[in-house]
Design a protein around this ligand. Sequence first.
Ligand code: UDX
Length: 435
Amino acid sequence: MRISVIGCGYLGAVHAAAMAKLGHDVVGLDIDEAKVAELAAGRAPFYEPGLPELLTETVATGRLRFTTDPAEVVGARVHFVCVGTPQKRGEFAADLTYVDAAFAGLLPYLTAGDIVAGKSTVPVGTAERLALDLAPTGATLVWNPEFLREGFAVKDTLHPDRLVYGVPAGKPGEDAKAVLDEVYAVPLSENTPLVVTDYATAQLVKVAANSFLATKISFINAMAELCEATGADVTGLADAIGYDARIGRKFLNAGLGFGGGCLPKDIRAFMARAGELGVDQALSFLREVDSINMRRRVRMVDLVREVCHGSIVGRRIAVLGAAFKPNSDDVRDSPALSVAAQMQLQGAHVVVTDPQAINNARKRWPDLTFADTAEEAATGADAVLLATEWAEYRDLDPEKLALVVNEKRILDGRNVLDPAAWRAAGWTYRALGRR
Ligand code: UDX
């Protein structure tokens, strides 16, 4: 099937390549010429495991091309809208500028029978408004939210947990469903669960899922606060409650909390939308979820100060990790960078390292010092903070690292190190929610 993908950022680039892999004939459209040139050459403009290989393979088949010319979407049966919806400056609400521009740009090129599938995360009610704009063209709008995780984006797109179609009532909805079933024929043949629903539910599914995940993380981080006050251990607590199948152990890792381009802005936009709908009380708990999350960062700076005997001024602190999570070079709202920057502002000399995200981190916080390796960052350090749990930091040898630091103080911001091993090597080990 001929498909167009509008917006080739994280979501769109992966979606375009994955659709080509599924056998479709895909054109990716973006306004950024440099990005289009990179993608067209089969190179990923950001770090995502498996994407460079997928791009090279699919571009070589001739079934995947990229362009800045909107007229090239003509002839596609389905147009996926994958542009970003960042948080508005100074407000909680989502900024819909890019979504509105993408739809406005698409209108002149649509013909009757085309399907426009919205994938961007939008405030509930947006699809209903956009469907009215599309009506005169004879195209049908479907809301088809995306749940991919950075670091697993290729796998999540080719083998999703579930597919959700928000379709209009009656025949247009049935026809649109049939076309999407063809698009996703391969994952559907692998028995991927499919939920066919209305626009409002489809839009809510995405923000509800992200709110639940954020709540789960903040729940365990709230328990970490209790553990800190009582001498209990949050990791043992998470293991024990996680054995209850109704609770589950996933997303119960206490530490520096959530960041990235989705969870923080999505829960805020959801609260803003609930306010507009007159049901702000229903989501007031998300304010608490957000506060617990942000408090962890402050607590970590305090913990570093504590191990440095009350002051970090002039101390050299190594921060291992800048990305908001491992296997990503994304530093948007990164807890690691936020803590690093706070410590720097409070007078510490902070040296940050990351296997992939140094360039992005430097753009955002040019005043921080950057090192290429954990060993280089830790050289002469008065404390070492593991802030993003990349495998190479989890596997660090405490005996070896002890040789380069000034003081053997390790702070485990993600509760992934073995405290016994580090203590046995002479380190002072501290973590959030742990003795
Ligand atoms: C998230 C959703 O998982 C995905 O379905 C949606 O499409 C986009 O938002 P992503 O932002 O890639 O994906 O990251 P995710 O893996 O969900 O992690 C989010 C944050 O939570 C990271 O900062 C991570 O470090 C943190 N986290 C995760 C915890 O602090 N503890 C955990 O137990 C799990």
